[in-house]
Design a protein around this ligand. Sequence first.
Ligand SMILES: *[C@@H]1O[C@H](CO)[C@@H](O)[C@H](O)[C@H]1NC(C)=O
Length: 347
Amino acid sequence: MAVEEKPGVKSSSSIVPCFLFVELVIMAGTVLLAYYFEYTDTFPVHIQGFFCYDKSFSKPYPGPESASKIPPVLIYSLVTAIPTLMILAGELCTFFIKAEGVREKTIVTADCCYFNPLLRRIIRFLGVYAFGLFTTTIFANAGQVVIGNQTPHFLSACRPNYTALGCQTTLQYITERRACTGNPLVVMAARKSFPSKDTALSVYAAAFTAMYVTLVFKTQGTRLTKPTISLTLLCLAALVGVVRVAEYRNHWADVLAGFFTGGAIAVFLVTCVINNFRWLQPGAPSPRPQRPESLLGMPMVTLPCVESPLEKLRGDLRSLRSHDRQPYRFPAAPDVLIQSRSISSEV
Ligand SMILES: *[C@@H]1O[C@H](CO)[C@@H](O)[C@H](O)[C@H]1NC(C)=O
């Protein structure tokens, strides 16, 4: 437990190594997993069967993903750029406008490194955002690979030979693994539909940014600015889902599941991990109540603010305090003394 001695400065020799060795390892693992899902066939797609002439899978093939009206490249760029710019702008504005507000602590490690609150907040929010982005990708990819639900254009991509498969009625279910005669890569892509990854990523980015704008931006005088930005972003994310359905790349259920996945991850990260973008860290002690010493009129111990080495100072301070706690009898107020003791033992 870090005890801060000087308001606004937190000294810790453990935060930065912890950051490096824990956060970065987790981040690297997440990125690697996302990479393996996205660009390799380490995790084979579950092969689902299909009904002959199934109407829900018989939509025309809309071409490769890059031929879409909202191609993946565009989604990935927007999903990276918009929240990053919003967070950078929001942090810089809040930091320079809020001149003497609640400041987060500057971390002092040894004597060399100072991480000012602005940098800490930017790194924290962008890091958590990026983590969530990769997590959303992993969730969506894992769902697609494990479930193996087909896209609406699956039969056009698969091109099964119905005569060879002996299809007479639409009630016949084909489980033959080599039923498809189409391009194997296209068929493989057409087996990944649930949930919609593009929708999940868009909704994640939109929800995260909307919450950031709503909770952090200070727009005095205009009540409608923040909801306008937030709802515009959510509309754009919804538009991605609509286009996915309109281009026969996903079913409505896939888009809804993508909405839920992205939105849930964003809400979880914002509310539980970064505490609604608040300025104080979770678990940081609230401003202390008045010291019992001053309550009793005892001399306050004032120590020079030394930043390093703090461990030694902390020990000195503790021994000094225990000396001060010697009973000091007020002739007329014994109950005050008892009260002060219980308070000081809490502190
Ligand atoms: C479909 O299968 C039948 C019987 O095996 C074969 O005669 C026919 O040429 C195949 N059609 C195509 C388009 O491959």
